[in-house]
Design a protein around this ligand. Structure first.
Ligand SMILES: [Zn+2]
Length: 308
């Protein structure tokens, strides 16, 4: 029972972790511009209320700021991303920008951190180089991905934007998300992926966290059921794999002059079919959901009269 209670508390925190309270009511005289105000921050110059003498704490705060460790910092954003990825991303998309460290900046800070860890642990020598007779562009790409983890992971996740946009268009939560919002979603997920890559150097088992996090983030963000999330994500994965094949085929065509045009066309047709199929099913699901909520509303309207 206690465990259950704890789980419920955790679920409540996942959905709403913050309480925005006025910590410093007023009136204050701003130490910076002399304005009188009430609340946490001066409305004229933006300085926080209650700024006093410089203490060791101020020094500590200033130093940690250098690494993006202040409140609504990178570390706390990362923490939220790990424990409540979909809800956190949803809040950001809903316009609560203050809750998060700037996502693109976070991704690239993590990429730098990842490179430093690789250098220190000496696993950069362990990068496998496939040496073929024929000069293979894929090897160059793989090398580039290893050296630029930020852009690398981002370019890999970018291929999920279109299928996500189509298949999760009619989702119960965050319906009709825009393509740029889809980009931000993948930026956040890329941060998680890079973060997973760090322990992954020690054990490949950490790779299993990747599908888990995609599932968790999509489920919390879009609000589909277990299976509803799963099959849509599976379609996204299929489209991703086929897109990757198309990408490779394009390079094969450009560099090794292989005849792959028909392959590319067939692949594009398959992607279109998957997306159309998924969209039609989503439309059916949405219709059923709307009907259900409508009939629920009607019974709610009827039942008070029944009591009379
Ligand atoms: Zn001021």
């Amino acid at each position: 029972m206690r465990l259950k209670e704890r789980f419920h508390r955790f679920r409540a925190w996942q959905k709403e972790p913050r309480r925005f309270a006025v910590k410093e009511s007023g009136p204050h005289r701003c130490a910076c511009c002399g304005n009188e105000f009430e609340g946490n921050y001066c409305p004229v110059c933006g300085q926080a209320a209650g700024v006093g003498r410089i203490t060791w704490q101020s020094l500590w705060k200033n130093v940690t700021m250098l690494w993006g460790l202040e409140s609504n910092s990178m570390l706390s954003s990362l923490w939220q991303l790990i424990w409540r990825p979909g809800y956190f991303i949803g809040e950001y998309l809903d316009g609560r920008r203050q809750v998060s460290y700037p996502p693109v900046k976070m991704l690239f800070m993590l990429a730098v951190f990842y490179l430093v860890v690789i250098q220190l642990s000496g696993s950069s020598d362990a990068i496998p180089l496939m040496i073929n007779e024929e000069k293979h562009i894929i090897d160059d790409i793989a090398n580039w991905l290893m050296k630029n983890p930020g852009w690398g992971i981002l370019s890999l996740t970018m291929m999920v934007i279109l299928p996500t946009w189509v298949l999760f268009r009619l989702a119960p939560r965050h319906p009709k998300h825009t393509l740029p919002e889809g980009v931000f979603l993948q930026v956040f997920l890329s941060s998680i992926l890079i973060f997973i890559n760090i322990p992954e150097m020690a054990s490949k088992w950490f790779n299993l966290l990747i599908p888990f996090y995609y599932y968790l983030a999509y489920r919390q963000l879009f609000g589909y059921s277990f299976w509803g999330t799963l099959w849509r994500l599976f379609c996204c994965l299929l489209v991703w794999v086929i897109s990757l094949l198309i990408f490779v085929a394009c390079f094969e065509y450009l560099y090794n002059r292989r005849d792959v045009i028909s392959f590319i066309f067939v692949s594009i047709a398959i992607i279109a079919a998957i997306l159309a199929f998924g969209y039609l099913i989503s439309k059916q699901t949405e219709k059923r959901r709307l009907k259900r909520s409508e009939s629920q509303k009607q019974t709610e309207e009827i039942s008070p009269n029944m009591v009379k």
